[in-house]
Design a binder for this molecule. Structure first.
Ligand SMILES: NC(=O)c1ccc[n+]([C@@H]2O[C@H](COP(=O)([O-])OP(=O)(O)OC[C@H]3O[C@@H](n4cnc5c(N)ncnc54)[C@H](O)[C@@H]3O)[C@@H](O)[C@H]2O)c1
Length: 335
């Protein structure tokens, strides 16, 4: 049994990961600042699913369902006074950093929060690990680091020196900082570039949610780049399966630092994605066509061969199955 710190535990992927690790019998400490980037209620409801009924700034709360196996703390990663106390209290075997200010478009309007959460917060975590001799870190990077890479599928050996949003630039910075800490302090670090994650309890700022919500309410949907976009949509259970393997298994390579793509490996055209939602909901989308948005990329497609080889990773949820699960959850939660 391991003791694992999961940051971003009230977030979409963090919530699913905590549940998985707890069901496998591990002890999990969840951390999140529960910011208002999107519905705070949705974040609190995810925590309720994990047995956490109430949260108090800076205080650890135990889960009703998992008891002391799951404890949650509402805390900012930027808090340089309180974060080290958490590392004094627990002897973490692994840290998994999923907390971040996500979203490409929001980073155009709100650059500061990306630097605060994604760079200052990430540095604080690395420093706590160094000082408290926690040897293993798994952290979320993003397919957005590939920017306008035209060569597909995207491989981790491709150049990622031209991020086209500040969000992407902070994720690339994380990869560089992580490398430096693994080199200087002998930390084992695995970076994972996630590709468009969707599924139940998903984020309200993402296409899956926005489209389903609008289609069910007979409202128009905004389709960017006139629909000429494709994404390597990856179902959340497949992502979580991959993340838990990197947390629980030993690093296969000799190197302390490794970086992988984690995606479905099969891009879906945006218009086909919309069609899948139309089929499941039995409604027709009212599409409003818009030009490309600043910071957005035309396509993403993960080459996951390294991850398959090293961690025996095999995503097995196709888009039709995944959309059914999302729409079912959406109806149950909102309607
Ligand atoms: N969902 C995707 O498609 C996707 C794709 C690529 C990368 N990622 C990355 O995966 C990770 C998880 O993404 P998600 O979709 O679950 O996002 P999310 O926004 O649902 O979860 C992130 C959580 O981190 C918390 N948080 C943000 N800043 C914080 C801070 N400074 N201190 C403490 N908590 C903070 C937020 O309150 C939120 O609950 C993020 O790092 C994100 O950048 C996600």
């Amino acid at each position: 049994m391991k003791t694992i710190l999961v940051t971003g535990a009230a977030g979409f992927i963090g919530f699913h990961l905590c549940k998985k690790l707890l069901d496998l019998g591990h002890k999990v400490i969840g951390l999140d600042n529960i910011n208002g980037y999107y519905s705070v209620q949705l974040k609190l409801d995810r925590l309720k699913e994990l047995g956490v009924e109430e949260v108090f700034e800076g205080h650890l709360v135990s889960s009703h369902t998992y008891e002391d196996k799951f404890q949650f703390i509402k805390l900012n990663l930027e808090n340089r006074n309180e974060l080290p106390r958490l590392f004094e209290k627990f002897d973490f075997n692994v840290v998994c950093n999923l907390a971040a200010q996500a979203g490409v478009r929001y980073s155009i309007e709100n650059p500061e929060v990306y630097v605060d959460s994604n760079i200052v917060g990430f540095l604080n975590l690395l420093e706590c690990m160094r000082q408290h001799k926690v040897k293993k870190l798994v952290y979320a990077s993003s397919s957005s680091v590939y920017g306008n890479n035209s060569k597909v599928p995207f491989e981790t050996s491709d150049s990622v020196d031209q991020p086209i949003s500040l969000y992407a630039a902070t994720k690339k910075s994380n990869e560089l900082m992580a490398y430096t800490y693994s080199h200087l302090y002998d930390l084992q670090i695995i970076g994972l570039r996630f590709f468009t994650v969707y599924g139940p309890w998903g984020r309200p700022d993402m296409a899956m949610f926005l489209f389903t919500d609008a289609i069910l309410k007979n409202k128009p949907i905004k389709v960017f780049n006139n629909g000429n976009l494709s994404r390597d949509f990856t179902y959340v259970d497949d992502i979580v399966e991959g993340v838990q393997k990197t947390i629980l298994q030993n690093q296969p390579s000799q190197n302390n630092y490794s970086l992988y793509n984690i995606g479905n490996g099969s891009p879906v055209k945006l218009l086909d994605f919309i069609k899948a939602i139309e089929t499941i909901t039995g409604k027709t989308a009212k599409k409003q066509m818009f030009p490309m948005q600043p910071g957005d990329v035309a396509q993403t497609w993960a080459d996951t061969s390294d991850f398959k080889k090293d961690f025996n990773y095999e995503p097995n949820t196709d888009i039709k199955k995944g959309v059914v699960s999302f729409v079912e959850w959406y109806r149950k939660y909102y309607l």
